[in-house]
Write a protein that binds this ligand. Sequence first.
Ligand code: SF4
Length: 330
Amino acid sequence: MMVKKVLKDGSACNKCMQAEELLRKRGLWEKIDHIILAQEGDEESEGMRLSKKHGIEVAPFFLVQTPQQTRVYTRVLEFIKKELSSSPEKQSHQFQPQEAQNRYSQLSPSEILAEAQKAFGSKLALSFSGAEDVVLIDMAVKNNLPFSVFSLDTGRLHGETYEFIDKVRQHYGISIEIFSPNHKHLSQFVTQKGLMSFYEDGHQECCQIRKVEPLQRALAQKEAWVTGLRRDQSPSTRNHLLYLEEDHAHPGVSQPFLWKFNPLLDWSAQRVWDYIRFEKVPYNALHDQGYQSIGCQPCTRPSRPGEHEREARWWWEKSGQRECGLHIQK
Ligand code: SF4
């Protein structure tokens, strides 16, 4: 397990982030089975108690527990050399998708997420852009199990959204991998059609370049991903959602599809916001300006009174077409 420090202002400890990055670069991150947070100034946090117990005054540090002993490392390179380089390959996980729909309907979103985290570790990607996604990040961090997070930077997001992404990164002390559009394809597209072509001939082509292709890259090395999709976000396009789906639009590393988890599918917007307020989860400042569902700046407007949240996305198009292509099944 890895013990990471969170500073008093909620930001991540730099050395912890560097150690995590090094482990990720070397493909070893999935071998970290638990992440424990040491909250600066909170002697009762689990990480601080472990720090006191083992007499460690630096962060991060690593613990390897066996029935006979606990080995402690304060230097990531030594930890890699002595414990990870020679360790046997991770054994295959016990993931049982059979009967998942029935079983998951009895579990909380956090429990569904924990099952996904245990099964796939850092091969499980959490897609982050909106309020629901941060709820899932909050649950995943509290589960103390490994996972990875990515976000798509379309190049057309609001300034508030960029600030929000960094706020979440600092609040939880996590890395968020950012995927941008392919420069060559984007350059050709905007040179030929301009920067606002979606108002003329629909959003699909722009979304394909700025969102769908980067998503394919983000998921290329994964086995499973988690989304914050809810059924009531769009009755016409999201009513069919399941807790666990085979996503054949994206091949996995070891099989022709990814597992896609939708733990929040039965939550309402109200329930999401109750969680955000109760757990003090960071949120996008645009929500305080009347925005509900937030995408790119030119394609999102504040919601009008009584309007469904998706009505404020691509409002110039027919309602049944208002999906960006990230969640279309093949
Ligand atoms: S939401 Fe709008 S700006 Fe963003 S990728 Fe789609 S069409 Fe382009």
